[in-house]
Design a protein around this ligand. Structure first.
Ligand SMILES: C[S@@+](CC[C@H](N)C(=O)[O-])C[C@H]1O[C@@H](n2cnc3c(N)ncnc32)[C@H](O)[C@@H]1O
Length: 253
């Protein structure tokens, strides 16, 4: 089976159901409502092929994309061409340095790939270094709201002559260490046959009250709020089911 992230074009097809422009507008609305500083430069953690990078650049922001996969970063670079204002960081989210302070940051699709507690804490410390005082950090998922549930989700879309089937699984590895294995398998049925790509990663998950305690005691961050389904008018309080939540924290001065 081939590595999904070595073939960004298939990753893109698997997640092409998303409306990147609408997502970018919500992120910008979040800055307007909750931001504590003027935003000139945004940082995307685990940016992959950088679906929002051209949108930020078109709107006059600087964009920094961090990812550990050279092939995904190459695809992101290709998408923005030689636009000024883009910077790329090939590195691990638990241990990186941004070339300039970010005024806003986000990580999408639960892409906080820290394999253990030390790496998870290291990530927040790296973010504390990367963010300017008052900057917001938006995390999509990255907190588990359904504790200890193994899950499978799948979707299928057709693009021209290609049918793309995606299967997402989350399996608990160690319930004391709070680690899960996340696996994404994409099969593209094209004229002449099918190809399957996969990627899997171990994640140390945080549960909601643990996250609040962690951020509440973190010297560099404050909790701002959490909302359901990318809707800043739908706080999570009492919400069920919880789907694609946005969690917002602020870098303290
Ligand atoms: C699900 S994709 C998300 C891509 C993009 N943010 C989006 O919204 O489509 C996850 C990305 O995380 C990257 N990644 C995985 N582990 C990482 C790590 N430890 N540090 C930095 N990036 C990582 C992968 O290379 C991949 O590009």
């Amino acid at each position: 089976m081939e590595d999904l992230y070595a073939h960004p074009e298939y990753y893109e097809l698997a997640f092409a159901y998303r409306d990147s422009a609408a997502e970018q507008r919500v992120l910008e609305a979040c800055i307007a409502r909750h931001g504590g500083r003027r935003v000139e430069r945004v940082l995307e953690v685990a940016c992959g092929h950088g679906p929002h990078a051209p949108l930020w650049l078109e709107r006059g922001y600087g964009y920094m994309g961090l990812d550990c996969c050279a092939a995904m970063l190459a695809r992101a670079r290709e998408r923005v061409g030689d636009a000024a204002g883009a910077a790329w960081i090939e590195g691990d989210l638990a241990d990186f340095e941004a070339p300039a302070p970010a005024d806003f940051a986000y990580v999408l699709l639960g892409s906080l790939y820290a394999p253990d507690t030390a790496a998870l804490h290291a990530h927040y410390n790296a973010m504390a270094r990367a963010l300017a005082p008052g900057a917001l950090y938006v995390l999509e998922w990255c907190v588990e709201f359904e504790p200890f549930v193994d899950m499978v989700d799948s979707w299928r879309h057709t693009y021209g002559d290609t049918v793309v089937e995606t299967v997402y699984t989350l399996t608990h590895l160690d319930r004391l260490e709070q680690t899960v294995e996340e696996r994404v398998e994409v099969t593209a049925h094209e004229a002449g046959g099918g190809r399957t790509f996969a990627t899997s990663a171990r994640k140390r998950v945080m549960y909601p009250q643990e996250f609040l305690q962690f951020i509440g005691h973190h010297p560099a961050f404050a909790f701002v709020g959490w909302w359901n389904e990318w809707d800043l008018d739908e706080p999570l309080d009492g919400a069920y089911p919880i789907n694609r939540p946005l969690i917002v924290i602020r870098r303290l001065a």
